[in-house]
Design a protein around this ligand. Structure first.
Ligand code: ADP
Ligand code: MG
Length: 521
């Protein structure tokens, strides 16, 4: 081989080496990018860890905070609001009652006709409609005019043209699921907005008054007999169906819980009640906070972008309004760190573009190639041609975020049971000896409602599983979580019936110093 030939051969060898180096370099870089995305996932898993020991610390913290909130006004992040609901429906109620239910994504109107006979399933007419988003940040007049107009149409459709403005006033239960300082069972002032609502002119105003004014602008003759929140309605309906029901929880756009409390335990209002019985207490647990809660940078960023930063910390880790957005933030971080998903979609920068039903659809995708995941990513986030491995990573993100939410929710529920002595250890303060159950458990039912719990099967399964893990199999076998469909609205109509004419019908929620369906010791 001549000089020229040698130079040519050397050139080819160098070229081949260079090409090989480029390919290897690309592979290494790509691998490094994969590695970065997986690192984001790994960190998320670590930070969202909810081992049972941690959940038990949260249970204790919930019970401690509940006691603090009962002891003094402002004594805790848990407001422990008095609902003034001291009687629950018995089945003897009669008449036609309406309910309006507002507090998140959907607005519901319900009509029930009660004939004085207890029923296994209360028949009701219901109309559901989404709340137009612009009304959530407008004026109170606009919001309440929407409610009154929708109600008028509903009544006219059901009862004929004349009945909307009939002389006889209609009895109404109003489910308004925002923190309200109740003045009585039927009236109260709005403390603050949550769940993305922000109508400043309404804060401090009497909610029932605002509704009645809007109704009278429409010529409707109404009487608000009960002003409650969604969990209180659910407890009323749950207790009507099953007297072992002692608490209720809602998992929808937001999350909240209430329970039956002995009058003497409500220290902050000792002497205020004429009856020595008991009352449903609205925990307002969305605002619960504890250093044991596993918070991530995504939670911090989300909180900072809401109209109510530093508030509703528990709700922002659990409820339907927020789970999708936590997932979106994680995917965005992964895309910033790594190119495995392709270029960053501008849509992914839009807050709340990825809803919780969308993450549920991805999470519950059973197709072999995760085609539902691909569809959601393409349709909602304009992320096309996402490789199967990246789709699996996204499903994993949905799982981590939803599992954490469900397990924290479970700790909240057991926290209530701890407070009222239904966790098998005699309640707060806990005097448990490891592995010993001191108390003979009686069947305990917690009523649950809300779109997140009703429609997201994996959330529900994780929640039920965690309740059992925290309580242990034996105690958990006495605790039932019962889905009460339309509990928030049908329950409001029932509370209205029970408190008709504010005569305080129904039956005291506590009999002989114990809640009806109470625990025997
Ligand atoms: P609200 O009474 O607060 O308006 P709902 O109880 O009707 O709410 O629940 C609506 C919320 O439930 C939605 O905002 C959504 O977050 C959640 N949700 C509804 N359907 C699903 C679903 N299929 N999967 C997961 N979450 C869902
Ligand atoms: Mg609701």
């Amino acid at each position: 081989m001549g000089k020229l030939g040698l130079a040519f051969a050397a050139g080819i060898a160098t070229g081949t080496c260079l090409a090989a180096a480029v390919v290897v370099g690309r592979r290494v870089r790509r691998r490094r990018r994969w590695w970065r995305a997986l690192k984001v996932l790994e960190e998320l898993e670590e930070r969202c860890a909810t081992r049972v020991e941690r959940l038990r610390q949260i249970v204790d913290a919930v019970a401690v905070e509940m006691n603090a909130g009962l002891a003094s006004e402002g004594g805790s992040k848990l407001k422990m609001l008095l609902t003034h609901v001291q009687n629950l429906p018995t089945g003897n109620e009669q008449g036609i009652y309406y309910a309006l239910d507002i507090g998140g994504t959907n607005f519901r109107i319900v009509r029930v006709e009660l004939d004085g006979q207890k029923s296994d399933s209360i028949k009701h007419d219901v109309e559901r409609m989404p709340i137009p988003p612009h009304l959530m940040t407008g004026t109170s007049e606009e919001l309440f005019d929407f409610i009154a107009t929708s109600f008028e149409k509903f009544v006219r459709t059901l009862e004929g043209a004349s009945n909307g403005s009939r002389a006889e006033s209609m009895e109404l239960g109003f489910t308004f699921s925002f923190p309200v300082q109740q003045i009585s069972t039927s009236s109260g002032d709005l403390i603050k907005w949550t769940k993305g609502f922000s109508i400043p002119d309404m804060v401090g105003e009497d909610v029932s008054e605002c509704l009645l004014e809007a109704m009278s602008r429409k010529g409707l003759n109404m009487q608000v007999t009960a002003l409650i929140n969604d969990s209180v309605g659910t407890l009323a309906l749950g207790h009507y169906y099953d007297e072992d029901t002692v608490a209720a929880v809602t998992f929808g756009t937001g999350t909240n819980a209430c329970y039956l409390e002995r009058g003497e335990a409500i220290i902050k209002c000792q002497g205020l009640f004429s009856t020595p019985g008991a009352m449903i207490v609205n925990i307002e647990w969305g605002n619960f906070w504890s250093s044991h809660l596993p918070r991530t940078s995504y939670d911090l960023d989300l909180d900072a972008d809401t109209p109510n930063p530093n508030e509703q910390g528990f709700e922002k880790m659990i409820s339907g309004m927020y789970l999708g957005d936590i997932v979106r933030r994680v995917i965005l971080r992964m895309m910033q760190e790594s190119e495995i998903f392709g270029p960053i979609s501008p849509k992914l920068q839009d807050p709340f573009i990825l809803s919780t039903p969308m993450i549920a659809a991805m999470h519950e995708d059973n197709t072999p190639d995760l085609s539902e995941v691909a569809k959601v990513l393409k349709d909602s986030l304009e992320m096309a041609d996402i490789p199967i491995f990246a789709r699996k990573v996204i499903v994993r993100v949905c799982d981590v975020v939803t599992r954490r939410a469900a397990r924290l929710a479970a700790a909240g529920i057991v926290g209530i049971l701890r407070k009222i002595g239904r966790d098998g250890y005699g309640g707060f303060p806990s005097r448990k000896k490891k592995g010993t159950v001191h108390i003979k458990m009686q069947r305990t039912v917690v009523a649950v409602e809300g779109g997140l719990y009703a429609n997201y099967a994996i959330f529900r399964e994780y929640l039920n599983e965690a309740v059992e893990q925290i309580l242990g199999e034996e105690v958990a076998s006495h605790v039932v979580l019962k889905l009460i469909e339309d509990g928030s609205s049908v329950g409001a109509a029932l509370v209205a019936a029970t408190h008709r004419g504010s005569s305080g019908g129904g039956r005291s929620v506590y009999e002989h110093g114990q809640p009806s369906g109470g625990m025997t010791r």
